[in-house]
Design a protein around this ligand. Structure first.
Ligand code: Z16
Length: 798
């Protein structure tokens, strides 16, 4: 482990030789980056000491959006200065190395990034943890804009090797699929043997998860599918039929080839079910192997040593799979296995959208996982048996909570039944789960339910992403907040301090210029750093209502042209985010943004006042440039539909003012900052619920009564914006023919007024920057350190 600059230079030169096989002088920048990453990775490895006898949490997640690691790990290990100065001596620039690193796209959005923030907090707080996931050969597609449309390119992140991962062939485990179950009776009890049609090999790759101060280094273990040695078709190979000999290999590897890009929608594809079972079964086998190594067959203490968390229902087969291993492999009985599994597994729900709640056709499930199906059927049978059939409406209750129903396996119900705790991800979301989505379960087992409001890594998204603000904070409230984010509260003392407010404004300006340069580089568009940066970045989805934001800009444009007295402070409207390939509506909204951007940015009558930018390929790495530059944070989902949101927290911490609905964690942001320091508009969740119920909302009426709405909608159909990529009938129809399912038009007026009031406040600098500082000061609550402490104390009991 190097400490000084001199030691670093020596070890780095050595790393070039060992890793790349060349002298430092002969290495390309990319090779040098590779050597440095390997060096830091091995430093981290030295810190990875296995603490025995502690309870360990295994966090199962289909997605981990970890972002780039080098800069973060140098910061966490306290090596940034040593390394950057050492490199400077050698004529190198650390920033160049940061640029080279690939950002693994092993996730879609919020759920995957949450898992990564949790890994950061677990390690930083010193808890023993392992992330369990999938090593997709292709991450989420890379997004490019061509002729005003989204184009998807494959994300071949492993093309040149990934220096942070270490393959562990010795820890590979077999995973079975298909076939049948053989039952035999030995005169005493039944034995079940799963005779699979196919067995594949799951191979783990470990990525170190380095905590702040290097306190604890955990691992993220991601699994890759390979054929078993015997699986290779030697006969075909010997016949010279190479295509056939390799087909099996290709079919098996296909299991971990791609990440499904449909964020929050069920694909129903068998390959997806294979992915889910593969990483779950591999992870469970790994846990059992490690447990046996340490504790032999003391199964009675399993749940005192192991906590298993399922991130959404994707790993929902954790509990039945653990039971299968305990019964079929370790010889335990049903009752004991059930007790162990249900005392170990817990579950987080991340959405109430029906299209995201996983259900698998029973036939498909049974054919692919026959033994698992038997176990699930027995869990379901016992659940039905234990049902109290003396309460009114029990049939309805049973129907809503049973695992097997309607020819399908209901994964959310399975998850609730097998878990000791079930949680939502923000107060409002958990209330909706308890009172609507899972209300029958809540009546039956209220004690299982609890809330764990999401959080974010304040180290990555604030300390690292916002160096100018970080420096300012260190000069005023010190460094304590990096360990104890609640200390950001100390900033409240500076809210009236004009010279401090000016420094905050200057820091924001610096971040805006950084983003403006990035925008220029990526899109060619020049933006004015003195304009207000109004930003909406997140996945494209109808319920997130990017469309509402677009209609706002169209309306502002109309009024700027029509009314010479209409004046607002200049604003730059910035969007970023990906739409699933097959989600035509969402892709059309991106197309509409690009179309209005093209018109407005080229219209010299208004382009000193407003501009519109779409930043391509939203990812963890450009997010770190975007959040710190924001002044207005757009969090405008239809109330009740965004489970929590986490971008809202990242913006708030970086001093942006939220313009939002009372949805997800916006509700808690409002409670924390007070209603004077946030701009809330629109219908409330219960009002939406009532209107949906009564069918009382008619979008047509609004269209005919409101001239401004009528005008912008008509412009979707005429030639105002159709020059670049065609018309926008689908969007128009969603609002009028389909009666605006997401209440876009209903919230339009309230949104416009809120926006204008908020922008009006910008003229008064003191008010604005005071609000901004107040938001940062109150944001410590949203550190994932707080969230993780709650999981640890109340669910995992580490
Ligand atoms: C996802 O990103 C989320 C939910 C889900 O069911 C599937 C995916 Cl891929 C998001 C929620 O939409 C968001 O509100 C929440 O903040 C995030 O999960 C983390 O909980």
């Amino acid at each position: 482990m190097f400490k000084t600059k001199k030691e670093f230079k020596k070890e780095f030169e050595n790393a070039c030789l060992v890793v790349v096989g060349k002298d430092f002088e002969d290495c390309s920048t990319e090779e040098k980056y590779f050597a440095l990453a390997k060096l830091i990775s091995s430093q981290a490895g030295e810190l990875h000491e296995q603490k025995i006898a502690h309870k360990k949490i295994y966090y199962f997640s289909m997605e981990f959006l970890i972002g780039k690691l080098l800069e973060n790990y140098l910061m966490n290990l306290g090596l940034t200065k040593t390394v950057s100065e050492g490199l400077k001596d050698m004529g190198e620039s650390l920033e160049d190395y940061f640029d080279i690193e690939k950002d693994p796209g092993l996730g879609n959005g919020g759920l995957g990034r949450l898992a990564a923030c949790f890994m950061d907090s677990l390690a930083s707080l010193g808890y023993e943890a392992q992330g369990v996931g999938i090593r997709y050969r292709f991450g989420l597609f890379k997004q490019r804009i061509e002729d005003g449309r989204q184009v998807e390119d494959p994300d071949n992140w492993l093309e040149k090797d990934y220096p942070w991962e270490v393959k562990h062939l010795e820890a590979a485990v077999p995973v079975k699929f298909g076939g049948r179950v053989e039952k035999s009776y030995d005169g005493n009890e039944m034995h079940y043997q799963w005779i699979p049609e196919e067995t594949i090999l799951a191979v783990p790759y470990d990525i170190p998860m380095v905590g702040y101060d290097g306190k604890q280094v955990n691992t993220l273990r991601i699994w890759s599918a390979k054929p078993m040695e015997e699986g290779f078709d030697m006969d075909a190979f010997n016949r010279g039929d190479y295509a056939h000999a390799n087909k099996h290999r290709a079919d098996v590897q296909a299991i971990t080839d791609i990440l499904y890009p449909n964020d929050q929608s069920l694909s129903g594809r068998i390959l997806r079910l294979k992915q889910e079972y593969m990483f779950t079964a591999a992870g469970i086998m790994d846990i059992v192997n490690n447990f046996k190594k340490q504790y032999g067959n003391h199964w009675e203490i399993f749940s005192e040593k192991v906590a298993i968390h399922t991130n959404d229902t994707h790993p929902a087969v954790c509990a039945p799979e653990l039971m299968r291993v305990l019964m079929d492999q370790e010889g335990l009985g049903w009752d004991e296995s059930w007790k162990i599994a249900s005392a170990s597994v817990s579950y987080t729900n991340h959405t109430i959208l029906p299209e995201a709640l996983e259900k698998w056709p029973i036939d498909m499930f049974r054919n692919l996982l026959p033994r698992l199906y038997d176990i699930i059927e027995e869990i379901d049978r016992r659940y039905r048996d234990s049902f109290h059939k003396n309460v009114d409406g029990w049939q309805e209750q049973l129907k809503n909570t049973a695992i097997l129903w309607d020819g399908q396996v209901h994964m959310a119900n399975l998850s609730v039944i097998v878990s000791h705790h079930v949680n939502g991800v923000a107060d409002l979301h958990t209330e909706i789960l308890k009172n609507i989505v899972l209300k029958d379960f809540y009546t039956l087992v209220p004690e299982k339910f609890n809330n764990k409001t999401n959080g974010i890594s304040h180290r990555r998204f604030f300390a690292q992403a916002n160096p100018s603000y970080r420096k300012l904070l260190e000069e005023t409230i010190g460094k304590g907040w990096i360990h104890h984010p609640e200390e950001l509260e100390n900033l409240k003392k500076y809210e009236e301090n004009v010279s401090f407010l000016e420094k905050v404004e200057a820091s924001k300006k610096e971040n805006k210029i950084r983003l403006a340069n990035y925008i220029k580089k990526m899109t060619g568009i020049e933006v004015n750093p003195n304009s207000i940066f109004d930003i909406q970045v997140k996945r494209f989805h109808a319920y997130k209502r990017q469309l509402l934001n677009v209609l706002k800009i169209m309306d502002l444009y109309n009024r700027l042209l029509a009314d010479p007295n209409f004046h607002i402070h200049p604003v730059t409207f910035i969007f970023a985010g990906k739409a699933a390939q097959g989600y035509t509506f969402a892709k059309d909204v991106i197309r509409l943004i690009c179309a209005i951007a093209d018109v407005i940015n080229h219209d010299d009558r208004v382009n000193r006042m407003i501009k519109v930018v779409f930043i391509p390929n939203f990812s963890v790495s450009n997010a770190q440039i975007i959040y710190p530059a924001a002044e207005i944070s757009e969090q405008i989902s239809t109330a009740g539909m965004e489970a929590s949101g986490t971008g809202n927290m990242k913006f708030m911490m970086n001093g942006a003012i939220t313009l939002g609905t009372l949805d997800g964690a916006n509700v808690e942001i409002t409670q924390l900052v007070g209603s004077d320091n946030i701009k809330i508009f629109g219908l409330k969740a219960h009002e939406i619920e009532t209107m949906r119920h009564q069918g009382s909302y008619l979008a047509w009426t609004l269209y005919h009564e409101n001239q401004r709405i009528k005008k912008v909608l008509d412009q979707l159909m005429d030639d105002t914006y159709s020059h670049l990529s065609g018309g926008f009938d689908l969007i128009y129809d969603s609002l009028l023919r389909d009666n605006d399912s997401f209440f876009v038009l209903k919230d339009f007026e309230s949104y416009m007024n809120a926006f204008e009031e908020l922008v009006g406040l910008y003229e008064d600098k003191k008010t604005w920057w005071k609000m901004s500082v107040h938001n940062t000061a109150c944001s410590g609550y949203f550190s994932s350190d707080r969230t993780i402490e709650e999981y640890v104390q109340e669910i995992w009991k580490l």
